[in-house]
Design a protein around this ligand. Structure first.
Ligand SMILES: Cc1cc2nc3c(=O)[nH]c(=O)nc-3n(C[C@H](O)[C@H](O)[C@H](O)COP(=O)(O)O)c2cc1C
Length: 217
């Protein structure tokens, strides 16, 4: 099948080794961040927060969270141009949704006098909140929409990336507690350009066959 979307998606590969001499431009980073911000989410909840690790000091802090289990992901902290923490809100509340409603008023989507109506869809968040106020299953699902959107955007920009769940999440969340501000990070994204020695860059793409994943009725 040939189509530029399919070409983009076939082009992208998870990078196993980044080339530290090639840098993603600030302009491309900003396109990526804007694409992430524009990601859709249930009831427009946007229950996410992103921490871009850029400075040497922040990289060293990130590197310090790795223990032997996920050592294979550690070089990306220094070799990728940016290492981005993806956080979700584990306890999404009406107060969090108020920012969404008020932004909808600011953006001209909702009239100020209809502010209360703007909260009608919040029942969806309540449906996805357990007896302890935990919304993780739901908010984490929203965050992964942003992750998928980021991966596609990067493919279009011909920028390499590695989505990373291989993190010592307790240590990451402790180290970046202040920056994450109550959001939980279970996944990160390294972006940059792959090294000439990256074995994964030339392996054929492999996916389950269409008839194994799809039913048309
Ligand atoms: C949510 C998520 C977490 C992942 N975590 C890691 C990881 O910690 N380290 C790694 O090298 N690859 C990681 N991967 C990459 C997958 O192994 C990879 O996407 C998959 O094998 C398909 O290969 P491709 O991305 O090259 O098409 C992750 C991918 C996703 C989507």
């Amino acid at each position: 099948m040939t189509h530029e979307i399919i070409d983009d998606l076939n082009w992208r590969r998870t990078t196993k080794k980044f080339d530290p001499t090639r840098k993603v431009s600030e302009e491309d980073l900003n396109i990526l961040l804007e694409a992430i911000r524009l990601s859709p989410s249930s009831i427009n909840s946007q229950p996410w927060r992103f921490v871009v690790i850029d400075s040497q000091e922040a990289r060293e802090r990130m590197a310090s969270t790795f223990t032997s289990t996920f050592e294979f992901n550690k070089p990306h902290v220094f070799d990728a141009t940016y290492f981005i923490l993806f956080g979700y809100n584990p306890r999404y509340t009406r107060e969090d949704y108020a920012e969404v409603v008020d932004t909808q008023i600011e953006d001209g989507r909702l009239k100020p006098e209809d502010r209360e109506k703007g909260f009608r869809s919040f029942f969806f968040a309540e449906m996805n909140t357990d007896e302890n106020g935990d919304t993780s299953c739901w908010t984490k699902a929203q965050l992964y929409i942003a992750l998928g959107n980021a991966l596609h955007t990067l493919a279009r920009l011909r920028i390499d990336s590695t989505p990373i769940e291989g993190l010592d999440t307790d240590r990451v969340n402790e180290e970046f507690r202040e920056e994450l501000d109550g959001y939980q990070c279970d996944v990160a994204l390294a972006i940059g350009y792959h090294h000439a020695d990256d074995h994964n860059a030339t392996l054929p793409k492999s996916r389950r066959r269409m008839d194994s994943i799809l039913v048309r009725i």
